[in-house]
Design a protein around this ligand. Sequence first.
Ligand SMILES: O=C(O)CCC(=O)C(=O)O
Ligand SMILES: [Mn+2]
Length: 212
Amino acid sequence: MSEQLTLFSHRSNSLPVEEQLNLDHSDIRLYRNFFDEAASNHLLETLTQEINWRQEYIKIHGNPHPIPRLTAWHGDEGSSYSYSGIEMNPEPWTDTLRFIKQAMETVAQVKFNSVLLNFYRDGNDSVGWHSDNELELGNYPVIGSLSLGGTRKFSFKPKQKARSFDKHDVDLSNGDVLLMQGETQQYWYHQIPKTKKSVAPRINLTFRVIYI
Ligand SMILES: O=C(O)CCC(=O)C(=O)O
Ligand SMILES: [Mn+2]
């Protein structure tokens, strides 16, 4: 563990302030500024440099299409995972990732064994509607998400069409933690839409428990 990292305070050292999103059949909690600005900026810079960011492709009608963001996958050995048809084998934990993981575990109250990282270079980068409901994540996935860098809109919409009026948006900013658990992935889709606004680069880390 680098000396600099251990100096950073995060809100789990005190009692983090929790906002609960009030959506049916969900358990979604927000911890604003979980990491303070200095820590968040440092983590953003370090991860930008040290992560081996990859451009992945998905096949549509047999043709490869670049996904609109860069990604990386780190975790315990054996926690391999398929995502949008991409089979991902984890890279090992770095000191930075281990430090963040330990902090996230204090609010999530679970031990994570993997993390998917997304790098959104600008407003053209995005992730489309999906839920994190892959079989490897079990029936009630606990997803701990940390956002670093530019603020982006994160949207929820219900899986049942009749409830589509229930769409809900939340802005995720530098240092914010979003925890999704319980039935959330069974009942709700989420996305990061593209935006025409000028936005700073953003890194999002979603910590997960993969049942091997
Ligand atoms: O960037 C985000 O906030 C969300 C990323 C996400 O939903 C995912 O990687 O599954
Ligand atoms: Mn997701």
